[in-house]
Design a binder for this molecule. Structure first.
Ligand code: K1U
Ligand code: ZN
Length: 174
């Protein structure tokens, strides 16, 4: 398994609408395995393929608490088939926006259709933090970051600070 570097915003590779996966073959399974390993290592509760520079509609998620048994999920071509009218607000983070958090309101329950590790069509219903995490990861597949759900003033502050940190890092490494 390979641990892959996570792309930090602002970066045009995080703003791409990813095309669907044609089939779940060994190459795709390898990608899913590497993404899950990377997610656990960083650590995070989700990861989307564009965050590691792969423009394919693949996400991995495990929103269980550290005291619970792990429940890793690997999803290709996830599609929202239903969302509740009831909303939930969670403080979201993102591995591509390290150290920044903000409250985001989304449907509290969702039903998602996807291709599993064997390429079979499945559906899951998720609620609470799992539903939030799946929606956050699905947003990544359309080039949407959690800061796109908050005020443009707060978004601008966060992205400018990250851009400044990147410039400083590049200068120190030059
Ligand atoms: O997509 C990502 O960048 C992963 C992100 C997912 C997420 C977090 C919170 C709400 C919605 C989606 C993260 O995993 S950020 C890190 C994080 O939340 C976490 C890390 C370690 C333990 C527990 C949580
Ligand atoms: Zn994210």
């Amino acid at each position: 398994m390979t641990i892959l570097p996570v792309i930090i915003a602002p970066d045009p590779r995080l703003k791409v609408t990813c095309p669907p996966v044609e089939c779940v073959d060994d190459e795709m399974r390898r990608l899913m395995d590497d993404m899950l390993e990377t997610m656990y290592r960083v650590p995070g509760i989700g990861l989307a393929a564009p965050q590691i520079g792969v423009h394919k509609r693949v996400i991995v998620v495990d929103a269980t608490h550290k005291d619970e048994d792990p429940a890793p999920m690997k999803l290709a071509n996830p599609e929202l088939v239903w969302a509740s009218d009831e909303l939930g607000t969670y403080e979201e983070g993102c591995l591509s926006l390290p150290e920044y958090y903000a409250d985001v309101t989304r449907p509290d329950r969702v039903r998602v259709r996807y291709l599993d590790y064997e390429g079979e069509i499945r559906e899951i219903e998720a609620e609470g933090v799992l539903a939030t995490c799946i929606q956050h990861e699905m947003d990544h597949l359309d080039g949407i970051l959690f800061v796109d759900h908050i005020s443009s003033i707060k978004r601008g502050i966060i992205l400018r600070k990250l851009a400044k940190a990147k410039r400083a890092e590049a200068k120190a490494g030059a």
